[in-house]
Design a binder for this molecule. Structure first.
Ligand SMILES: Cc1cc2nc3c(=O)[nH]c(=O)nc-3n(C[C@H](O)[C@H](O)[C@H](O)COP(=O)(O)OP(=O)(O)OC[C@H]3O[C@@H](n4cnc5c(N)ncnc54)[C@H](O)[C@@H]3O)c2cc1C
Length: 429
């Protein structure tokens, strides 16, 4: 059976980056994608951190359709009817290519067109159903009656990766290991975005929200500004939503988030132009799959390379870096003409020496730390509440502000041994 060098399942950032590097070295690559075009099925918040991948990407992202450079960071803690907001900016963020907002439908499509120009076959509307096997090694893919044989299959098929599961590299996942992200893209004139988010044209804002946004369950909300749209969404733990009585519905969370006073005025007059939903891994380090087998390598979300802390999700730079490192590994394997796990396992060593596995490992206590309802119920209720009472001047005398505040903090239970002990674990994350 004739084999090509590599077939990549999934034209997301992991798959496309892998293909780009392989094509640069002249390997024969086919990328197959179940969506109508690359980017059509891909969801992100969307901010891409560039610094971690700068030394890896070469010219891959030269001329890429970035939306805005993020120079303003905001965080809000939402109580039921009040909120606290922190606003941060720094010249350093203006002077460096630190992070950019992107829209995947545009960004992934652009990258796939670069690949096609390099001679790579990128085949959309092609859903892979199964793997092909030869003497215990993965030997290709199967979609309906069609088969493509390859020396290596790269599983870049995202968070639910059936390819990794079929290869026996990861067990069936459970609801507790996933969150769901809901997102809308809302069109607004560029000047309105600049005014409302206090940025210049081409400068962007990343605003993250914790608290009443998710009605007490693990997760948070986000707004990212693009050129003439804003991306707004929420992320919420699936198991935590199911455990609520009655269970919470992710759609209604996003709707009520958009109805908040603080949000409504930012979106006023805008039109929703895109609506999407996607799952996100919550497992962190302990949710990683095995990274390769004979004839197969797993990259990006498919391998579990995502860090979800509720308000932020980091995954795109992991997807790009792992795709490139998978390609480097396959290039070595081609030179040795050995596509067995013995050679492909150097992929894991590459990842271990890089920010990918180092960052994911150093955050391994994060899921446990965040499994503390106080972050989503107690603190969002108390902190804005303290401020509301401190800033409110009623008809009677105000009294001693410091003393009143101290009494409130004490009686709230915030200083209890249990809560301080839970917070002390912050040193491990
Ligand atoms: C709401 C939300 C907000 C996020 N925010 C951020 C953020 O701000 N910053 C950040 O860095 N990360 C963020 N992430 C995470 C980030 O989007 C992912 O980590 C990243 O998209 C992973 O890229 P990938 O290429 O591994 O997977 P994907 O982008 O999911 O690509 C997988 C591809 O495989 C295709 N596919 C799947 N199965 C098959 C099959 N059987 N046959 C053919 N094709 C198949 C899919 O259609 C898809 O195109 C967010 C995620 C969500 C959901």
């Amino acid at each position: 059976m004739d084999k090509i060098d590599v077939v990549i399942v999934g034209a997301g950032l992991a798959g496309l980056s892998c293909a780009y590097k392989l094509a640069d070295k002249g390997l024969q690559v086919i990328v197959v994608e179940r969506g109508d075009f690359p980017g059509s099925k891909n969801v992100t918040g969307g901010r891409l951190y560039l610094m971690p991948i700068k030394s890896l990407i070469g010219d891959m992202l030269d001329g890429a359709p970035f939306e805005r450079k993020v120079v303003r960071e905001q965080w809000s803690l939402f109580g039921r009817e009040n909120s606290i907001n922190v606003d941060f900016t720094a010249n350093k963020f203006r002077d460096h290519d630190h992070s950019y907002t992107i829209l995947r439908a545009r960004f992934d499509r652009w990258l796939s067109e670069r690949l096609i120009a390099k001679g790579v076959f990128v085949i959309p509307k092609y859903r892979v159903d199964d793997l092909l096997w030869e003497n215990g090694s993965v030997a290709g893919i199967k979609a309906g009656n069609e088969e493509i044989y390859a020396h290596v299959v790269v599983a870049s098929d995202g968070a639910l990766s059936f390819m990794a599961e079929k290869a026996g590299l990861r067990p069936k996942m459970m609801p507790k290991q996933y969150a769901v992200g809901m997102k809308e893209i809302i069109e607004l004139p560029e000047e309105k975005i600049n005014d409302r988010f206090n940025v210049e044209s081409d400068e962007g804002c990343a605003h993250l929200y914790l608290g009443d946004v998710t009605k007490g369950v693990f997760g948070g909300g986000f707004i990212y500004t693009n050129k003439n749209t804003v991306s707004i969404g929420i992320v919420a733990g699936i198991q935590a939503m199911m455990a609520k009585d009655p269970p919470l519905d992710a759609y209604t969370l996003l709707d009520s988030f958009k109805e908040r006073y603080e949000i409504k005025r930012l979106l006023n007059g805008g039109n929703t132009v895109e609506y999407s939903a996607h799952v996100i891994q919550e497992g962190g380090y302990n949710g990683l799959s095995k990274l390769c087998g004979d004839g197969i390598i797993v990259t990006g979300d498919a391998a579990g390379f995502a860090l979800n802390v509720g308000v932020t999700v980091r995954g795109m730079e992991f997807a790009i870096a792992s795709g490139i490192m998978a390609a480097e590994t396959i290039i070595d394997a081609k030179e040795k003409d050995d596509f067995s796990v013995r050679t492909l396992s150097s992929y894991e060593n590459r990842l271990k020496k890089s920010f990918v596995l180092q960052d994911i490992e150093s955050s391994k206590e994060m899921p446990d730390f965040l499994e503390n309802d106080d972050f989503f119920t107690f603190y969002p209720e108390r902190f804005p509440g303290f401020l509301e009472r401190a800033l409110w001047f009623g008809e009677g005398p105000k009294g001693k502000m410091g003393k009143t505040l101290w009494n409130e903090i004490k009686s709230s239970g915030m200083l209890s041994f249990k809560r301080l002990k839970a917070l002390y674990r912050i040193k491990n994350i």
